[in-house]
Design a protein around this ligand. Structure first.
Ligand code: F0G
Length: 459
């Protein structure tokens, strides 16, 4: 008999979870103004809000933390991390930052000015925030097929080279760089192929534009290349990663994802003049160039995480768990962005809560229903996240409304996944009785989803 698949780790330290009653959850979500970010973690049973900084570190990472060098300047932890970045990603220059958006803040301070245009594949919300904050424009060149949640494509995170080519032809004078997000988070944790990356590089070269990778989930992207792209089956993840980054001039990294640490980020680049200019902003915003917002121990854990995170066995366990959630939902007929992504399942809220008007935030409504059902916390990737148009102040209604269920790395077992799938099935079965959504009563001018306050739309 063929042996079933099993995780590539065993568990040495555990943390209790908290169950609750529906009555309690009704009170808690009301007190949280129907914003899942406002819940206390003890009010959540299974927390799929994000895979960012929520993973479990390994014994090797914890051991490395004990060796952290906390010197203000010139710490060995910095040089250790610099060497690993050179080895795995191939960049000569790097600056640590406290997380991914800080890396964006520092690098974009060097590269973006008012009126600029930055083409990319579904810029992440903080990335877009840092672009729009500088009065520049993010142009989304993701392939159209990504908007059809039921269409199975191996590389649904790809950029459309036609769209990119047109944007470059029309606006090249205003374009400081092309941004590639690996994996494409907003389109469903979907990967970008190496063929597409090469095409982007060639187009950028025509116009002499640099290419930057938003690399939060670069290793998951490399796993999909190995599994799905012709010619890469026999390459190691580390070989694929090296090739991917060989097409980039620089990268921003949220280490809280594929480097499996609880906090941290960095910028890496090929160009000395970028490094020199970014160093000034790094010192201003983050800290001296050899720590930039990170402690020595955290840089050590990150260095080990980069190594472990680019190993096939780890990635296989990780991505098969996300796929497992997809398989359970298939049994119940719950629609989601197909195929399953690298870090999350993106449930197609529009297809489920078709009776809730989009003005009443249907993906958020689904998120609240799932929380009430079983204390499971996902996150809305829909109209609330899309913010208002900075010019017209109108609400932006994206084509897709998702409830994202992001799976933390090495944290939950497939029993938890079974509970998530069953809870979602229960909500799905009563979908036609859910007709009312929510209205906004208070919101911030930018990135409102974190702090927005809502109330039931009727009443
Ligand atoms: N880029 C991508 C693609 C991301 O997914 C994130 C964060 C960032 C940049 C910013 O990094 O959080 O370290 O400042 N994504 C998290 C998420 C928050 O839940 O998807 P950060």
């Amino acid at each position: 008999m063929e042996l079933p698949f099993a995780e590539s780790f065993r568990i040495k330290m555990v943390e209790p979870l908290h169950r609750s009653t529906r009555d309690k959850r009704e009170q808690w979500i009301k007190d949280a103004h129907y914003n899942l970010f406002n819940l206390r973690s003890e009010q959540v049973f299974i927390d799929l809000l994000t895979d960012s900084g929520t993973g479990a570190m390994s014994n090797r990472q914890w051991a490395a933390m004990m060796m952290g060098d906390e010197s203000y300047a010139g710490a060995s932890s910095y040089y250790n991390l610099k060497a690993i970045i050179k080895l795995i990603l191939g960049f000569d220059y790097f600056l640590p930052t406290h997380q991914g958006r800080a890396a964006e803040n520092v690098l974009f301070s060097v590269l973006i000015k008012e009126g600029d245009i930055i083409p990319g594949n579904s810029h992440f919300d903080t990335t877009k925030g840092h672009i729009e904050f500088r009065k520049a424009i993010a142009v989304d060149c993701t392939i159209d097929e990504a908007a059809d949640t039921q269409k199975e494509l191996p590389f649904k995170g790809n950029m459309c080279l036609n769209k990119l080519g047109k944007t470059l032809a029309e606006h090249h004078k205003k374009i400081p760089f092309v941004l590639v997000t690996l994996t494409n988070n907003t389109a469903g944790g979907q990967p970008v192929s190496l063929e597409c990356i090469r095409g982007i590089r060639a187009l950028a070269d025509e116009y002499k534009k640099p290419v930057i990778f938003d690399s939060a989930r670069f290793a998951e992207n490399a796993y999909f290349i190995k599994i799905r792209e012709h010619g890469y089956q026999h390459k190691t993840i580390k070989e694929i990663v090296k090739e991917m980054f060989s097409y980039a001039d620089g990268m921003t990294m949220s280490s809280k994802k594929d480097a499996i640490v609880n906090i941290g980020g960095f910028i890496a680049m090929r160009h000395k003049d970028w490094f020199d200019r970014a160093s000034v902003f790094n010192i201003l915003f983050e800290g001296f160039v050899t720590y930039g917002g990170m402690s020595g121990r955290d840089m050590n854990a990150l260095a080990v995480g980069l190594d472990e995170g680019t190993e096939f066995d780890y990635l296989e366990t990780r991505i098969k768990q996300v796929a497992y959630l997809g398989e359970q939902l298939d049994k119940y007929g719950v629609p989601y962005q197909r195929p399953a992504g690298g870090h999350a399942i993106f449930v197609d809220a529009k297809k489920i809560l078709s009776k809730v008007p989009r003005e009443e935030f249907l993906a958020q409504t689904l998120g609240i229903e799932l929380y009430l059902e079983a204390g499971i916390r996902g996150v809305e990737v829909g109209a609330i996240l899309a913010d208002r148009n900075p010019v017209t102040q109108e609400n932006r209604y994206p084509e897709l409304e998702f409830l994202r269920l992001a799976i933390p790395r090495r944290s939950y077992t497939n029993n938890h996944i079974d509970v998530v799938a069953a809870a979602l099935k229960n909500v799905y079965d009563r979908r036609n009785s859910i007709t009312n959504g929510y209205k906004i009563v208070k919101e911030a001018p930018i990135m409102r989803h974190f702090t927005v306050e809502l109330a039931p739309a009727s009443g």
